[in-house]
Design a protein around this ligand. Structure first.
Ligand SMILES: [Zn+2]
Length: 190
C-alpha cells in the first residue's frame, strides 16, 4: 500500500492510485471521487477541508486549499445562476414545490446620496454613474443572499421577487430583496 497524497492514508494498492490534473501526487479512489464531485459542482469541498483541519502540517496544504477554493467558487457560480422572477412563474419551468420566503439584505451609507444630489445639480439632471454603480452593487448583493438562502434550502429558483429600499437610520440605507423559494423542473422542449 502507498500513501494517498491528499488524505495521507495508506490506502493505495500496489500499481494503483489515480493521477489527476492539478494534483501533484497519486490519490486514492475516495479522494478521486470527492475531487470529481467538485469538478461537477456537487460538493462544497467539506471532505477536503476536514482533511486539512484534522492533519497538522499537511504536506499537500497548498493543493488542498486550492481545491477547497475551487469548490466554493463553483458553488458561488451555481448560486449566482439561480433564476429569479418578479412574477409567480418562471418561463420554461414547472414549479414542483413551494418553500419558504427567502430574503437578502444589504446596507450602504447615504454618503452616496449626497454625491448623487451633487452630481444631479452639477450636471443638470444627468445621473451619477458612481452612485448608480453602488446602488446596483447593493442590489446584486441582496439578490445574491436571497439566492443563497434558496440554494441552502435545496431550491433551484426564486419567484415573486421584490426589492425595497428602506432608510435604517440617518446615514444607512437597506436594500431588501424577498421572494418565494421554489423547486422547479425544466419543461420539455416543444
Ligand atoms: Zn485519499
Amino acid at each position: 500500500m502507498a500513501k494517498c497524497y491528499l488524505c495521507q492514508k495508506d490506502n493505495i494498492p500496489f500499481m494503483g492510485g489515480f493521477t489527476m490534473n492539478g494534483i501533484p501526487g497519486k490519490i486514492c479512489n475516495t479522494c478521486r471521487e470527492e475531487y470529481l464531485k467538485i469538478a461537477s459542482s456537487k460538493s462544497d469541498g467539506k471532505y477536503f477541508s476536514d482533511i486539512l483541519n484534522s492533519t497538522k502540517n499537511h504536506p499537500a496544504t497548498d493543493t488542498l486549499i486550492k481545491i477547497i477554493q475551487d469548490a466554493n467558487g463553483e458553488i458561488n457560480k451555481e448560486i449566482d445562476s439561480l433564476p429569479v422572477s418578479t412574477t409567480d412563474f418562471l418561463d420554461g419551468y414547472s414549479i414542483i414545490e413551494y418553500k419558504n420566503v427567502v430574503t437578502g439584505i444589504s446596507v450602504f451609507g447615504t454618503a452616496i446620496f449626497h454625491e448623487f444630489e451633487a452630481k444631479l445639480t452639477d450636471s443638470l439632471g444627468l445621473t451619477s454613474l458612481s452612485a448608480e454603480t453602488k446602488i446596483s452593487a447593493a442590489k446584486t448583493a441582496a439578490l445574491y443572499q436571497l439566492k443563497r438562502d434558496a440554494y441552502l434550502q435545496s431550491c433551484n429558483a426564486v419567484i415573486g421577487v421584490s426589492m425595497n429600499f428602506a432608510p435604517l437610520n440617518g446615514s444607512m440605507i437597506g436594500v431588501l430583496a424577498s421572494g418565494t423559494a421554489v423547486v422547479t423542473s425544466k419543461n420539455a422542449e416543444q
